[in-house]
Design a protein around this ligand. Structure first.
Ligand code: MN
Length: 223
């Protein structure tokens, strides 16, 4: 199965006025689509099976194929990190943020600082490192937490194509506005999806285990 262009979980004008329909038309319809098309073209001449998963391609490729496949993953993750409806931060995720950054305000400040000081094109990520600590990383070009064995929780695109139509060169303004669109429920759900499928035991004294348990129960049918 070829790599597919994901469907956006909202209408192309749903993020206005923070992200315009015109930005989505270019960013999703041209840039993101081009990464999908290029990755599929390169896959044909690679050793990967037709049914290889995107994550496995990213973990086991380099050069142009890695760059294009990782950009597909990163963009999928970015679109899912945003939501036109305001989503409150789950209390336990808030607690983890307070634990590792001191406060939500510190977390946002560090995130914005890292976005503004990232030279050139790339991504700012909230990740869980291998010691279960939340960290904010600057990752250049198509770099991705999965290849560093970290768990991706949230990403913001810092390539100029993400904000130039709406904010021109004002990357700071783009970031300040974007907080209103973050889907905190998606961020929290990634702790379960990527970090623990509960086939692995929790680390000893893991503060995350209760949280993961809670998220899993939230997803159970209530009837
Ligand atoms: Mn982009």
């Amino acid at each position: 199965m070829a790599i597919e262009l994901m469907e956006l979980p909202y209408e192309q004008n749903a993020l206005e006025p923070i992200i315009s329909k015109e930005t989505i038309e270019y960013h999703y319809g041209k840039h993101h689509k081009n990464y999908v098309d290029t990755a599929n073209r390169l896959l044909k001449d690679s050793n990967f099976d037709d049914d290889a998963l995107l994550i496995d391609i990213i973990k086991n490729s380099d050069g142009a194929l890695f760059n294009n496949a990782a950009q597909v993953f990163n963009h999928n993750f970015y679109w899912l990190s945003l939501n036109p409806e305001p989503i409150a931060i789950p209390p336990k995720l808030n607690k983890l943020i307070n634990r590792d950054f001191g406060s939500m305000e510190n977390f946002k400040n560090e995130f914005e600082d890292k976005a503004l000081s990232l030279f050139g094109s790339g991504w700012v990520w909230l990740e869980l490192d291998v010691k279960e600590k939340l960290i904010i990383t600057q990752r250049g070009n198509a770099d991705n937490p999965l290849i560093h064995l970290h768990t991706p929780l949230l990403t913001i695109d810092v390539w100029e194509h993400a904000y130039y139509i709406d904010y021109r060169n004002d990357r700071k303004k783009y970031f300040e506005e974007l907080w209103r669109l973050i889907d905190w429920k998606f961020v929290a759900s990634n702790i379960v999806d990527y970090y623990h499928d509960l086939t692995e035991p929790c680390m000893e004294n893991s503060q995350l285990c209760d949280y993961i348990d809670m998220l899993q129960h939230l997803n159970e049918p209530t009837t």
